[in-house]
Ligand binder design. Sequence first.
Ligand code: GAR
Length: 212
Amino acid sequence: MTQVKAPARVVVLISGSGSNLQAIIDQQEAGTINIEICAVISNKDGVKGLARAHNHGISTRILNHKQFDSRESFDKALRETIDEYTPDLVVLAGFMRILTPEFTKHYLGRMFNIHPSLLPKYQGLHTHQRAIDAGDKEHGVTVHFVTAELDGGPNIIQARVPVMEGDTAEELAARVLVQEHKIYPQAVGWFADGRVKMVDGKALVDGNPVTF
Ligand code: GAR
């Protein structure tokens, strides 16, 4: 008899529009990725990503960082909230907060981030404008494991797009976003199927080190 694997329990953290969250929900509902989204947590009230979660009957929580007196106390409360859902994987989907080392250590090997650049290029903000200003012919997006280094954990998957002559940052961002919506659900699905792991600080997909 075939064993049916239980869906991976996923908690998604957002700060804004949640279009990557939507892409993950869509693939989950289509049955292409074996996950259950247990909760969506936002550090901002009233953002579109919360409405997206509501529309799909997913529990939401709001934890406003401005109501905490330190980064440490916010991260502690965030960790406690996340862990109520006993997730297998924590997915940062446009979650615009710098995380404390205690927090990242707690979720080491079980927290993903998506970052709109070809990491290790352009860690931090304004990645699209920086790629344009540098005259890059190619730009893109990376899904990586989260470590204590901002946008610095081992890469899992990247997608590339061309930078066109005269591109604005908005035009380039829109081109990158199309790719984000493909590779983030794919990486989450790999995790759910046990195909991606972090071992000795490196990402392995199907047992092979990711090399880029
Ligand atoms: C995405 O472009 C994501 O790559 C970026 O924020 C956007 C969120 O969009 N993340 C970062 O810059 C993290 N450093 P979304 O809320 O529509 O998914």
